[in-house]
Design a protein around this ligand. Structure first.
Ligand code: ZN
Ligand code: ZN
Length: 171
């Protein structure tokens, strides 16, 4: 396992910012959030993600992006993922990932409600994989070559998590 590029001091700041955002959301939304695990094991171009794995709520952050752009990650990526946790706990799975509920939580955290980051990827190890463009009703998606194969050869169908439309290959 490669040594993490994120220093212990930076990790502590990320954990403090995470807990601070959670407390702020609890006060604003009058709820009690469960404990979350925070892992620094995300790689590639993604900055952060929120997952529930076998009942454990997990925030995962990209140590490469956080070590290079710590201040922006604290201001944008941490609240983005904490807001997913808040939406999950308050509204459950029935709402869109970046819909009005998530946007309202981002506003309550004083953070910009952007769905993608534009952090420079220089110096960040990103696996280059062929991507194939697909269209839904609201945007263009880049599917992995593997999912493209499943869609075209094996009848797999994928839906946009935002608008619910089936993805169509943009030839
Ligand atoms: Zn998100
Ligand atoms: Zn869509």
């Amino acid at each position: 396992m490669e040594r993490s590029p994120l220093s212990d001091a930076a990790r502590r700041r990320v954990l403090a910012a995470t807990h601070q955002a959670m407390r702020r959301a609890e006060r604003h939304w009058r709820l009690r959030l469960p404990e979350v695990a925070v892992h620094f094991d995300l790689s590639g171009g993604r900055a952060g993600t929120y997952q529930v794995r076998t009942g454990v709520r997990l925030l995962r952050f990209n140590p490469w992006l956080f070590s290079r752009h710590l201040e922006r990650c604290l201001a944008e990526v941490v609240p983005h993922e904490v807001a997913h946790l808040v939406v999950d706990c308050r509204w459950g799975r029935g709402v869109r990932p970046h819909g009005p509920e998530w946007q309202a939580v981002m506003a309550s955290l004083g953070a910009p409600a952007r769905t993608t980051h534009d952090l420079p990827l220089e110096g960040v190890p990103v696996r280059r994989e062929r991507r194939v463009p697909y269209r839904c009703a609201c945007r263009i998606h880049q599917l992995s070559a593997r999912r493209h194969h499943w869609a075209q050869r094996r009848g797999a169908r994928y839906r946009c998590r935002e608008c619910g439309a089936l993805l169509e290959w943009l030839r």
